[in-house]
Ligand binder design. Sequence first.
Ligand code: YXS
Length: 259
Amino acid sequence: MDHVRDTLQAGVGTITLDHPERRNALSADLVGAVIAALERFEAAKARVVILRAQQGARVWSAGHDVGELPESRRDPLGWDDPLRHLVRRIELFPAPVIAMIEGTVWGGATETVFACDLIVATPDASFAVTPAKLGVPYNVSGMLTFLNAGSLRAVKELAFTARPMGAARAEQLGIVNYVVPADEIEAFTAELAGGIAALAPLSIAVMKEQLRILAGAHPMSPQGFERIQGLRRVVYDSHDYREGIRAFKEKRAPQFRGE
Ligand code: YXS
């Protein structure tokens, strides 16, 4: 089962996450289906993509499927993790991807949404960055996704509090492009997408790729990278990482010890 629906009409592709039983958690299956839809849209030369959840969703996506995170002693967000593939695929898609948000967005799903090119959200939508809730050592390119979406101060607030940020505040901070009432968001997003689809696709594609390369152009020495990976290993080998995952599965509050 893919738990994803997709349509393509007049150059506008729409991908709908549809696994409400698991709150659209980004399982390998669901991510694989989203990526497959993006590949079909690219082959069909779609001009723009809308990424959304089922209409009226209370939870847009609960983030990485915690059940698919390694229990310990393995990088939980390595290059080949499904979430990493999804973020890269969105960034490399040669046309704008619009995230249409109803409901709450959590963890790796927040990064996925922030990796999209435009964000349209309802007033009661919210975005939470949750590694600190679970004891997860987020990965470097993931932190760069956040940093490219908001100011350093806003990213620190999201990452260090793990609290959901409301759509209005996210718009005020320049993270969300538009906040639109729930009964208008579909028409608004369709109109926005239709306008983009009518413009020059090659020009937009090259501007998107230029912005991706420029936004990712950060010098980091081999020593700097190795230091970060060493620090991350300490975290995913820690008691706290194991405790965070176990507490989630046991539906209880984690007891972090700082070791
Ligand atoms: O108990 P059953 O089998 O019915 O399943 C429950 C939940 O276990 C399941 N579920 C998930 N399964 C795997 N991964 C998830 N992320 C996940 N979230 C939920 O879905 C069923 C219904 O969940 P329930 O009863 O909690 O629904 P609710 O409507 O009361 O609450 C919805 C949420 C989203 C507020 C709640 O499910 C929640 O807080 N989920 C976890 C949000 C979160 O912390 N996500 C971060 C995942 S880890 C991640 O993305 C990165 C690795 S990181 O953390 O580093 O950013």
